[in-house]
Design a protein around this ligand. Structure first.
Ligand code: PMP
Ligand code: GLN
Length: 375
């Protein structure tokens, strides 16, 4: 008897495995392949010889909590209390899982916007709550009327993901105003804001929920150092929540992991003194522009990319296959792995769109683009 009968192995695992088996260039799962900042690796190697190998306090290494508060202050001018409003987690995935498990009760509804990242649904189902999947507009902007219509007396939470994986869309000022207006009408509904790509936006600046005072008393904001500092394998992230919610979240966290990898926490806390998070966007903007220029003469049609390190393309000019089959053939025949966008929809909507990760060194992007231009 499965507790999650419809959940299968994540598409990121499936595509990365298949890419490895066929020796394809892996632009599917989102992770960088270039070296990590030497200042960070040096901190880690020095730390390994020090007395840093035991549990940190449950909520996080105190100097890291303080540095996160400073980061949120400098990025968004929001003052948060490190001891009561921040929790360091084993990646954003654990932050999200823990939050949902701690706050949801059976038969409550959670609104998710499709296409949506894959880690929201399982913890909702395990809480015996119900995911209500509402489609974004065709241009991936939220349709606030449709979203409002999905609210009912059962609605406990809405999850937003901004900047958005897989589409690279970011929310604008009017989206945030619409969200505020909607939640004002539903004073008991919570907001989970997945902002793991908060430091990867291009033409427009990211508007964080941290800056929206009307939302703060019911908002859980999640981020990931894995994404910001190119260390996805470290699995280190954090969430910020008001104390009354944090109390509940910590009850689950203490029995799920208790505390997070000590060395990584200490290393990140030291690195935060050296790094400028404002440089991350321009670093990735160059990669985005380079990758797009390399694909300009291909038969793929490039969709807009306002943030994240993902480029969505249409292959409608190339093939009529469904996107999963097309991605498989892309690996076996052309040696490049991508993610089919249909897997981010509850109903598997096939729009002939696939996602490439451009967090790669230029040589990898060039070789991948060469292969893609031959199709
Ligand atoms: N949310 C989104 C939108 C993501 O793309 C990812 C993947 N990094 C996560 C959450 C999970 O982040 P982490 O790897 O820190 O668990
Ligand atoms: N967030 C990554 C992506 O979107 C995947 C991480 C994972 O495999 N869990 O590609």
């Amino acid at each position: 008897m499965s507790k999650l009968p419809n959940v299968t192995t994540s598409i990121f695992t499936v595509m990365s495995k298949m890419a490895a088996e066929h020796n394809a260039i892996n632009l599917s799962q989102g992770f960088p392949n270039f070296p990590v900042d030497e200042r960070l690796t040096e901190i880690v190697s020095r730390l390994a010889l020090e007395d840093v190998h035991q549990y940190t306090p449950m909520s996080g290494y105190p100097p890291l909590l303080a540095k996160i508060a400073t980061l949120v202050k400098s990025s968004y001018n929001r003052t948060i209390i490190p001891e009561t409003e921040i929790l360091v987690t084993a990646g954003a995935t654990q932050a999200i899982f823990t939050t949902l498990l701690a706050l949801l009760k059976p038969n409550e509804d959670v609104i998710i916007l499709d296409p949506s990242y894959d880690c929201y649904e399982a913890p909702i189902l395990l809480s015996q709550a119900k995911p209500i999947r509402v489609s974004l507009n065709d241009d991936y902007t939220p349709n606030w009327n449709t979203i409002a219509d999905a609210f009912s007396e059962k609605t406990k939470m809405i999850i937003i993901n901004n900047p958005h994986n897989p589409t690279g869309k970011i929310l604008n000022e009017s989206d945030l105003e619409n969200l505020e207006a909607l939640l004002e009408k539903h004073p008991d509904v919570l907001l989970l804001s997945d902002e793991v790509y908060e430091y990867i936006t291009f033409e427009q600046k990211h508007i964080s929920t941290h800056t929206r005072t009307k939302l703060l008393d019911r908002c859980i904001t999640v981020s990931s150092f894995g994404k910001s500092f190119h260390v996805t394998g470290w699995k280190i992230g954090y969430l910020v929540a008001p104390e009354y919610l944090m109390k509940e979240i910590k009850k689950v966290h203490q029995f799920l992991v208790f505390s997070v990898n000590s060395i990584c926490q200490i290393a990140i806390s030291k690195y935060l003194d050296l790094v400028d998070v404002n440089e991350i966007s321009s670093f990735y903007q160059k990669k985005r522009d380079y990758f797009r220029s390399l694909l300009k003469n291909s038969r793929f049609q490039l969709m807009p990319c306002e943030g994240t390190y993902f480029q969505v393309v249409s292959y409608a000019n190339i093939s009529n296959e469904n996107d999963v089959d097309f991605c498989k053939r892309l690996i076996t025949e052309f040696g490049v792995a991508a993610i089919p966008i249909s897997t981010f929809y509850a109903d598997g909507k096939d729009l002939k769109l696939i996602r490439f990760c451009f967090a790669k060194d230029n040589q990898t992007l060039e070789e991948a683009a060469k292969r893609l231009c031959e199709i």
